[in-house]
Design a protein around this ligand. Structure first.
Ligand code: AMP
Ligand code: MG
Length: 384
């Protein structure tokens, strides 16, 4: 029996960070940047107004108050997106909208609320009702991103904010570490896919779907190879469809059942080792490398639907994250007080499905119900 950590170490020893790809910026959410992104222009491009108001020379507002407003002549309106050629002389102001470039000679903005604009709309004069200092309510050229600055470094995980930053730089595509294609083959004579009638004695294939969803959830591209029967020819034929993938995951057929052919097949197709991992659920695990034009790591997960999801989280998830160039590989953990009795009969590490809640600054974990390795709803009800 090997520990979860030993199993993971051995698996990760075969996993490499993938190469990169240039993709549309909206397609790279959660991927890792494989280039340095720097700015060829300032953002914002020029000094502009942070408020709707009046662009002024701050010295013209000296001593202004509600009781004694300073009257300034209005030269016109500067709108965002339009380039105007207003130039402020002493005693003048330009009505300005948020984002509009600051007119020549202006050094500050007085927002509408601090003027008598409401009572004098369209007037040729405006009453300024407060003093402002130089730079007031102005956004400086390059204050977000300065021309020439390195904006996003290699290794950055692309979140919605990074996608916005890339768009603000005018980028439509970006180079990121590509997503791994993970081929998924489920095995079992008892399996039928959803959408088909369910004959007596058969069950619907859930593992293929939970696995595909997990692959997508962690940033990979699932390639569903369907259901293989418990025969060598069927498993071999099924595996063939995964030879262009970056990783292959199978479910079922790795335990000591009568029809467990996956391990026999894999022993012929490449290197394979069978591990008994000190964990519950999910004890039997197969790991190997399928030899072909290029070697493909293969993880043979147990068949039980809960074991499949737990072993995926512990072993396939870190492999996907490593291929994606991500860190850290471990799942986040917290300390919580368990509120049920959890039986650990044989010393294996138990991965119980729990509902975690926080009360008075302390986490508590409650079992989701019966924890049998076939009870998939024990996972769907859990948040930890
Ligand atoms: P195995 O490891 O192949 O012996 O499977 C263990 C248990 O998991 C059996 O009860 C199977 O019926 C069940 N099982 C195996 N594969 C699937 C699957 N793809 N979807 C749902 N249940 C499965
Ligand atoms: Mg089976």
């Amino acid at each position: 029996m090997i520990s979860v950590e030993q199993a993971l170490d051995r698996i990760l020893g075969y996993i490499r960070v993938l190469d990169s790809d240039e993709v549309p910026i909206l397609d790279c959410l959660g991927q890792v940047l494989a280039e340095e992104v720097s700015a060829t222009f300032n953002i914002p491009p020029r000094d502009n107004s942070a408020m709707d108001g009046y662009a002024v020379r701050s010295q013209d507002t000296q001593g202004a108050s509600r009781q004694s407003p300073r009257r300034l002549r209005v030269l016109g309106t500067a709108a965002a997106g339009a380039v105007s050629d207003y130039a402020l002389l002493p005693g003048t102001a330009v009505r300005i909208m948020t984002g509009a470039f600051l007119p020549q000679g202006a050094d500050s903005v007085v927002r509408f609320e601090d003027t008598d604009e409401a009572s004098r709309e369209g007037m040729a004069e405006i009453g300024i009702q407060r003093e402002v200092a130089e730079g007031w309510d102005i956004r400086r050229a390059g204050e977000d991103i300065a021309r020439g600055a390195r904006v996003l470094g290699r290794g950055t995980v692309i979140s919605p904010a990074e996608i916005g930053v890339l768009a603000s730089l005018g980028r439509t595509t970006v180079r990121v570490i590509r997503r791994p294609v993970v081929a998924i083959l489920t095995t079992g004579d008892e399996l039928v896919d959803a959408g088909e009638p369910l004959p007596e004695g058969k069950i619907y294939n859930s593992n293929g779907y939970s696995l595909a969803a997990l692959v997508r959830f962690y940033g990979g591209i699932p390639k569903m190879l369907g259901i293989a029967r418990d025969s060598e020819t069927s498993v071999v034929a099924g595996l063939r469809g995964g030879l262009d993938a970056d990783m292959l995951v199978t479910s079922g057929g790795v335990s000591r059942g009568d029809y467990d052919v996956v391990k026999d097949v894999l022993a012929k197709q490449g290197e394979i080792s069978f591990w008994t991992v000190c964990m519950k659920p999910g004890k039997p695990l197969a790991f190997g490398v399928i030899k072909g034009d290029r070697d493909i790591p293969h993880l043979g997960l147990p068949g039980n639907p809960v074991s499949v999801m737990v072993t995926f989280e512990m072993f396939v998830r870190p492999a996907i994250l490593k291929m994606l160039g991500k860190q850290p590989l471990n799942k986040p953990t917290i300390d919580a007080i368990i509120e049920n009795t959890v039986a650990n009969t044989d010393g294996r590490r138990v991965y119980a499905r729990v509902i975690v809640s926080k009360r008075q600054g302390q986490y508590f974990a409650r079992l989701t119900g019966p924890q049998g390795s076939g009870i998939l709803t024990s996972v769907s009800r859990a948040n930890g």
